[in-house]
Write a protein that binds this ligand. Structure first.
Ligand SMILES: *[C@@H]1O[C@H](CO)[C@@H](O)[C@H](O)[C@H]1NC(C)=O
Ligand SMILES: *[C@@H]1O[C@H](CO)[C@@H](O)[C@H](O)[C@H]1NC(C)=O
Length: 420
């Protein structure tokens, strides 16, 4: 019996061993199969990743090439733009040149001019022109013509006789505030204060003690503020002799004279102008522009009656009364701003899509110069459109507000006589 059992056990064991061996083989085969699959996958991944990296490399190269091309194109465009600018400059210079090369007006015309001048100025000066021009100043015998030409009510004696010959330099000082505004200094006295009016309608004036405080400080913290009793309208204000002259819109437009030292309204008046319309076609917020020149204060305005052209009035800075009024030949359309220098109104024109501003119309209250004999003066390239251009007669420069940039234009002057 035990032998029998021994045999059974032996058979069983070998059976187990057989099964064991078979299972091991199967397991090994299985593992090998799996590993084969894994290896295959790994090699696939490897393939993929190397393909990806080569694709990435290609892509990078393409992008680099594109960037290079773009850079080249940009360079080309920049060159073209520079060329265009040079050409525009040259054209402008040529136009100016052609204008200066216009044949001298015939003597008859000069005589008219001279009689005109004779009326306004001393005879001595006349002799000077005679020499300058080289034409004899034949006296016009009949006075009828002269009288007609020189209605004494329209001719005003000029105290200074300079005209703008060109814009000499431009200086961008700061970017501050909204697109429209005004900044200025008092041309009377020695104050260095800078007055800043942000916006075409507000009531708070910022005052900086000197230019550097305005240009160097990042905010208005350094500024003192004055709150006006009434808000202003437009950008046609002026600081003159310690007073601020500004426009207020109530039922009508009022001119307010406000003393900046004791902060009180000294006087106010409604100018005897009816049915006012915006005075500059491109800056519609201005109905009256008060400006200062060597001779005092002026009002530039427009009325429905004379809808197409700008009007000019001489203001009395003490009484706020109007001394004299003129209809000028300067159109409102496309006018951007204007100022008065030595008794001549200079109107600055631009296009709706801002390009270069230029003085294209001049009206001289003394009748010495007209748009025909004043060459067009261009302003340097800028950002947008001027919402104000304030001439400072003491410094002979213009305080301009250009789309929120505060800019100074320095002017070169020459005597009006040199235009003949
Ligand atoms: C003036 O301008 C300030 C700042 O832009 C604004 O907060 C204020 O309301 C304005 N005031 C008037 C009267 O328009
Ligand atoms: C403020 O100053 C002006 C000019 O000096 C003067 O005419 C006016 O009377 C003064 N007003 C007050 C309230 O002191």
């Amino acid at each position: 019996m035990p032998r029998m059992a021994g045999i059974v056990a032996c058979v069983f064991l070998s059976f187990v061993a057989l099964i064991d061996a078979q299972a091991q083989t199967a397991f090994l085969e299985y593992m090998q199969g799996r590993m084969g699959v894994l290896e295959e996958r790994i090699s696939q991944w490897h393939d993929h990743s190397s393909r990806y990296s080569s694709e990435l490399r290609d892509f990078k190269n393409q992008v680099l090439k594109l960037l290079e091309n773009i850079e080249k194109e940009r360079e080309g465009l920049r060159n073209e733009m520079e060329n265009t600018n040079v050409r525009v400059d040259r054209l402008e210079r040529e136009v100016d040149y052609i204008e200066t090369q216009n044949p001298a007006p015939p003597c008859v015309e000069v005589d008219e001019k001279l009689t005109e001048l004779h009326y306004v100025k001393k005879k001595k000066k006349n002799e000077k022109y005679e020499k300058l021009i080289g034409c004899p100043t034949t006296e016009v015998p009949g006075t009828v013509e002269t009288d007609e030409m020189l209605d004494p009510s329209t001719v005003r004696k000029s105290y200074c006789s300079d005209t703008i010959s060109q814009v000499n330099a431009m200086k961008i000082l700061k970017r501050f505030g909204s697109t429209a505004g005004l900044w200025t200094k008092d041309p009377i006295g020695t104050s260095e204060k800078v007055y800043v009016f942000d916006g075409a309608g507000n009531d708070t004036v910022y005052i900086f003690n000197r230019m550097k405080e305005f240009t160097l400080s990042p905010s208005t913290r350094k500024a003192s503020k004055i709150k006006l009793p009434f808000p202003w309208i437009g950008t046609g204000h002026v600081v003159y002799g310690g007073n601020l002259y500004y426009i207020r819109q109530d039922d009508e437009f009022q001119l307010i004279k406000f003393n900046l030292a004791n902060k009180t309204v000294v006087d106010s008046s409604v100018l005897p102008i009816e049915e006012q319309v915006p005075v500059y076609g491109l800056s519609k917020f201005n109905y009256i522009d008060i400006v200062a020149d060597e001779e005092g204060l002026w009002a530039i305005y427009a009325t429905r009656e004379n809808e197409k052209n700008i009007c000019l009035a001489k203001l009395d800075s003490n009484s706020l009364g109007i001394e004299q009024m003129w209809d000028t030949p300067c159109p409102i359309e496309n006018a951007e701003s204007a100022f008065v220098v030595c008794g001549s109104l200079y109107v600055v024109y631009n296009t709706k899509l801002p390009s270069r501003s230029r003085i294209q119309c001049v009206f001289d209250v003394s009748g010495t110069i007209t748009s025909e004999n004043v060459p067009v003066v261009y302003f340097p390239k800028r950002y947008g459109s001027h919402s104000s251009m304030k001439y400072n007669p003491k410094e002979k420069q213009i305080y301009a507000w250009d789309d929120g940039y505060q800019i100074l234009y320095k002017l070169t002057m020459k005597p009006k006589e040199e235009l003949y």
